[in-house]
Write a protein that binds this ligand. Structure first.
Ligand SMILES: Cc1cc2nc3c(=O)[nH]c(=O)nc-3n(C[C@H](O)[C@H](O)[C@H](O)COP(=O)(O)O)c2cc1C
Length: 377
């Protein structure tokens, strides 16, 4: 799986790192200092990550937010991920730049060519996060039915099969099924990365994780449990499934929301400020109703309550504290078998700057990462 030496997601660092969701506002908060997703801001964050040798810059894919009849709600404001990735691909030198694709809203023909183009722009550093979709509001805008939960993965499997065929086929091919009809299909150029660009898939259900184990290079997970130690069994079982059922080694990455301050008290107070005091409860309630209805997670369940707490802090496991405590927790995350962490902040430019300055050296001292030598341009 390392026939793609140009892509840093396959480098030797034991714990890979990246930024997440800088194409939107990941937090459901009204704090005024939230970093707005302008091009200047997302570019500034990407350049910081790239200069510091972080492995990944990963967007979220969202065509529409979580509330109806509120055109100006911030959750509606999201840059389209392929054009965003193309811009960042041209402006960076080291990090892998990801796009995230809702399979049913984009034909494999289009994704094959867009991916190859972005891979050419960045010299083989492109990667693709594929998702089946779950927010019916987005699908309604396309006039597409949101499929029943497990059927989404049947569709996704066929979609990915076609995408990989377009990335690698030496000849034109015909294909016909319930979902696709293609005649003499071909996509040139093929990606610089031989065998096609790496694929990430974010899923939490057993069907979704099985799909990811079978097909992806990276499974992006948000494991259940307040401390990394509680994730250990799930992480081990996931990798074991990939190995035993499909003969594959996959990486598992997770997403974390970061609040780094000089003292634990200041970090806790800031977390409280944005995720409780200034929480956008209306959007949180709507989001939970949607997740419950579309992903078979009952209202009132402990699982949904856990997801709500996570979403309030910024979608992932919260890393809240000093540089030292955050580095220590990242060590624990690595120790339970997680290979990569992508991070969100309320202010992602300030956040990534602090992280690179104070946390990264500690991770190098701990042997989780090698010091990064930036290429001169
Ligand atoms: C960490 C993480 C990131 C995700 N990112 C996206 C995204 O960018 N866009 C999207 O539509 N869905 C995203 N999803 C949703 C999943 O792709 C999937 O639709 C959802 O988890 C429901 O499927 P499941 O029940 O198999 O987990 C994400 C899920 C997780 C856990």
């Amino acid at each position: 799986m390392t026939n793609r030496p140009t892509n840093p997601i396959f480098n030797d660092n034991k714990l890979k790192l990246g930024t997440f969701c800088t194409n939107t506002i990941p937090n459901m908060t009204f704090v005024p200092e939230v970093r707005q997703p302008t091009w200047a801001n997302t570019l500034a964050c990407a350049r910081l990550a790239d200069d510091a040798g972080l492995e990944a810059i990963v967007p979220i894919a969202r065509w529409k937010g979580y509330l109806d009849d509120k055109a100006d709600h911030p959750s509606n404001v999201v840059f389209e991920t392929f054009t965003w990735a193309a811009g960042l691909a041209a402006a960076t030198q080291y990090s892998a730049v990801f796009a995230t694709s809702h399979a049913p809203t984009m034909h494999p023909m289009l994704v094959a060519k867009e991916s190859a183009t972005i891979d050419a722009i960045c010299g083989g550093r492109f990667a693709l996060n594929i998702v089946g979709g779950w927010n019916r509001r987005e699908f309604d805008m396309f006039g597409i039915d949101l499929m029943e939960h497990d059927q989404r993965y049947v569709y996704l499997e066929e979609w990915l099969h076609l995408l990989r065929r377009l990335w690698t086929s030496p000849t034109e091919f015909d294909y016909e099924s319930r979902y696709f009809r293609m005649k003499k299909a071909i996509s040139r150029p093929q990606p610089l990365q031989r065998g096609g660009v790496p694929v990430m898939n974010a899923a939490l259900s057993p069907t979704g994780m099985r799909f990811s184990a079978k097909h992806s290079d990276i499974g992006l997970i948000s494991p259940h449990g307040a401390t990394p130690e509680e994730w250990r069994t799930d992480v081990e079982n996931y990798k074991k499934m990939a190995r035993q059922e499909f003969g594959r080694e996959i990486q598992l990455w997770t997403n974390c929301s970061v609040v780094q301050r000089e003292t634990q008290k200041a970090a806790d107070e800031y977390l409280h400020r944005y995720s409780e005091e200034y929480l956008d409860n209306e959007v949180m309630d709507s989001l939970m109703r949607t997740i419950s209805a579309e992903n078979n997670i009952p209202m009132g369940s402990e699982r949904l309550a856990f997801m709500r707490r996570r979403m309030a802090t910024g979608a992932g496991h919260p890393l809240t504290g000093t540089a030292q405590s955050i580095a220590k927790e990242l060590e624990e995350i690595s120790r339970v078998g997680i290979d990569g962490v992508i991070m969100t902040w309320v202010d992602y430019v300030d956040g990534v700057e602090r992280f690179i300055r104070d946390v990264l050296p500690l991770l190098e001292q701990a042997g989780l990462r090698k010091p990064f030598a930036k290429k001169s341009s």
